[in-house]
Design a protein around this ligand. Structure first.
Ligand code: ADP
Ligand code: MG
Length: 284
């Protein structure tokens, strides 16, 4: 039965095929599938009055499934604008965006919301956890929106928190957690819906170096499971953990450099014995 995101009153018709397929192992092995992301000549201009800001200018980029990409660039270069477009939180002014081969111009608001909820996990610099609410309840939230029953919600949230090493902090509230722990809860919340793509905007911007390393290892593990990871950062050390680094300058791609193959292990995991040292296996 399809799960409504807004309660029975807004129940939508049954889809015969999923809007966006899930990234299962079988899918990953089989055949030709379109890239996770295709941006073609995408521009974004803010402000329609006299003062216009051209935040993105003719950006053309493809990102393969399973890639781990860092987007770099100085402040104001357009990184967050790009992330908002990739996450379907905002639309380009010009150009095309295809996500898993689906042109977002062909989707209505409900389809876009559906795609966001099912396919994309977001992580932000400021964690964006709900205050005075336990880690477990925070992670359950996206599942509650998706109409998942209480028992299943709890179980999946618990597993996602275990996957980020937070199983002993299930009932802590954000104010009772360090920055690094809060960000791990936020990562658990992003992955509890089992998205194929993780988008993170400066996720380590408020973290010390040890927490940064921990969060990067979790992203790397998620990537090794086949999820596409796009991570925005202005820190070269953080970008060095990605497989490919795209640099923006004044709304344009000014450099695009691959350091590691799409299907190779992420750099950070090569430095440790096993990917499972920190991250206890699949969240599924
Ligand atoms: P970054 O994340 O790289 O710092 P942003 O994508 O946030 O850059 O911003 C790119 C440019 O667009 C900046 O000049 C910024 O001031 C402008 N900008 C961002 N969001 C808006 C907005 N909502 N309205 C107007 N201008 C904006
Ligand atoms: Mg930004």
């Amino acid at each position: 039965m399809p799960l409504s995101r807004r309660g029975p009153a807004r129940r939508r018709p049954v889809r015969e095929r999923p809007l966006v397929e899930r990234g299962t192992a079988a899918h990953r092995k089989g055949g030709r599938r379109p890239p996770a992301i295709i941006l073609r000549d995408v521009s974004k201009t803010y402000g329609l009055g006299e003062i216009q800001v051209r935040a993105l200018r003719h950006v053309t980029v493809q990102i393969a499934r399973g890639d781990f990409v860092a987007i770099m660039g100085s402040s104001g270069s357009g990184k967050s604008t790009l992330m908002n477009i990739l996450g379907c939180l905002d639309l380009p002014t010009d150009g095309r965006y295809l996500i898993d081969g689906v042109d977002i111009r062909d989707l209505d608001e409900d389809d876009l919301a559906d795609l966001r909820n099912r396919k994309i996990g977001f992580v932000f610099q400021s964690f964006n956890l709900v205050a005075r609410t336990t880690a477990l309840a925070n992670v359950e939230l996206p599942l509650a929106y998706a109409g998942v029953d209480r028992h299943t919600r709890r179980e999946r949230a618990r597993r996602a928190l275990a996957a980020v090493g937070m199983v002993r902090r299930l009932h802590h509230q954000p104010s009772e957690l360090s920055g690094g722990q809060q960000q791990r809860v936020a990562v658990a919340r992003a992955l509890v819906t089992n998205p194929t793509m993780i988008l993170a905007d400066e996720p380590t911007g408020n973290l010390d170096s040890r927490s940064t390393e921990e969060v990067l290892r979790i992203f790397a593990s998620l990537n090794e499971e086949g999820r596409t990871v796009v991570l925005i950062t202005h820190e070269p050390d953080v970008a060095a953990q990605a497989k490919r680094v795209i640099t923006l300058g004044d709304g344009r791609v000014i450099e695009d450099r691959r350091t590691t193959g799409v299907h190779d292990r992420p750099p950070v995991l090569l430095r440790q014995k096993s990917a499972h040292d920190l991250y206890g296996g699949s969240p599924r």
